[in-house]
Write a protein of this length. Structure first.
Length: 100
């Protein structure tokens, strides 16, 4: 996915090009755009980069919320990865002992 916002007809769910006045499949005339995630309604120019309220853009899920400006996502610390792998090994060893 290229990350560009995609638009869909609220009536028949057909994909609609940006700036279209009506649906090419069912002919419904568009007066505004509604975000499928949070329900914000507004003019199409408001949604040119995705939903201004929740950041939704087709191809991204809600969990992939935009990172606030100036912040970066950090990877898990080494100790957390080590702990998770250790716990997994422990649980698997207990299961193997239980099966024998």
């Amino acid at each position: 996915m290229d990350g560009k916002p995609r638009f869909f007809c609220d009536n028949c769910s057909a994909e609609v090009g940006y700036g279209s006045d009506s649906c090419p499949r069912c002919g419904r005339v568009f007066a505004s755009v509604r975000c499928p995630s949070c329900g914000l309604v507004g003019e199409d120019a408001l949604f040119s980069g995705g939903c201004p309220s929740c950041g939704y853009s087709a191809g991204r899920t809600k969990s992939a919320a935009p990172i606030p400006e100036g912040e970066t996502r950090r990877p898990l610390p080494f100790w957390a990865v080590f702990l998770a792998v250790g716990m997994l090994a422990f649980v698997l060893s207990i299961l193997l002992l239980a099966l024998t």
